[in-house]
Structures are given as structure tokens and as C-alpha cells.
Design a protein around this ligand. Sequence first.
Ligand SMILES: N[C@@H](CCC(=O)N[C@@H](CS)C(=O)NCC(=O)O)C(=O)O
Length: 211
Amino acid sequence: MITIWGGATSRTLRAHWMIHELGLEYTPELIGSRTGATQTKEFRALNPKEKIPVLVDDDLVLTESVAIVTYLADTYGVETGLVPKPYTIARAHYNEWASFIQMELDAHTLYIIRKHRDLAELYGAAPAAIETAIAGFNKQVTVAESRLTERPYLLGDTFTAADLLLLTCLDWADIYGITLAETFQSYRDRIHQRPPFQSASKLNFSISPGA
Ligand SMILES: N[C@@H](CCC(=O)N[C@@H](CS)C(=O)NCC(=O)O)C(=O)O
């Protein structure tokens, strides 16, 4: 039996969304970040990093949203093409996009804004870092934009986990008031219509985020 811990954030959405894409049965444990729920003894035994999302699949405990998404598609959706098969060129490009999105659009830019603006009381206010993060996001995201002017999805003609990861960052940027290029509007509209996105979002955001 699969359990996904965590809700209410873009990172937790990724895990729920992939489960919904694959049509798997699972137990969502919708705990929020910064609510104290990631610091309980039970949760720390699963993830001493005190972070969500976490996947539990029988004996396997897996953290990191990109690793979770990739594991789920590799294990339960090999024929879906949601993540290209290992040892292929397509997989190398999937890895490339996944690393780029997680590092350049999430960790180095959007998460910096979150830490030093929304969570300034915890991490310190840093207006210059926020300005640089917004500029960095805008610069890096143009690479994805150029790609999407040539093909409907990041890896080609079909939706993959690379698009799932990108979409979560584009929606996160939109919430932060970052103006996205026109190419992204139609891309986002198209992906927002996917029933697994809609059902996973409804579930993921059914709890309030922590502070
Ligand atoms: N690199 C990790 C980041 C996970 C992360 O930072 N999660 C935040 C919420 S988005 C969290 O769990 N914070 C917990 C807390 O501070 O209570 C991933 O992509 O899964």
C-alpha cells in the first residue's frame, strides 16, 4: 500500500498528481509544512529532514518530490511514457529537465522568494536576494519557453513528468505575481484540463498551508 505524506504545497502536489495520473490507490496523509506535523516522532522516523512530501510503499520510504514522481512512473507506469524508460536518450533528457526545474526554477529562485519574503521571520528578510531570484527565474524559464514554441510538451508530443514538474513551478510563479510568457498560458491551460491534475490539486489543496 502506498502512502503520500504532505499537502498544500507545490512539491506535495507533484507526488499526488503522479499517483492520480497512474490511477493508483493510496492513502494521502495530508499534513502541512510548518504546522509542527513534520516534527512529530512518527514523521521524523520517516524523514529526519522534517520535510514533505514523503512516499511510503511497503518497505520503501522515499523523500524528494522529483525522486517520488520518477519512482512512481518507473514502477507503476512503465508503459505510460510519463517518465521515459531508463538507459534511453529520452530518459537522459528527462533527467536534464527534472534537474533543471528542481534547481533553477524551484530551489534557486522560487524557494528563495518563499524563504526570504513569505518566511522572512524564519530565514531573514533579503530584498536583494528576492530581486535576484525573480530575475534568475525569468532568465532561466525562457529556456523552457523556447522549447515549448517548438513542441507541445517539454519532451515532445506527449505530456510527461517533466511537464508535471514544470507546471508546478509555473503555477507557483504565477501565485507570486511573476508574469509568464504567452506560450506558457496555453501550455498551462492545456495541462490544467487534465483530470488527474484537477483531482490531485483538489485533494492537495484541501488543507490549509502552514504559516
Ligand atoms: N527538495 C524537497 C523540498 C521539500 C520541502 O522543502 N518541503 C517543504 C514544503 S514545500 C517542507 O516540508 N517544509 C516543512 C516544514 O518546514 O515544516 C522536495 O522537492 O521534496
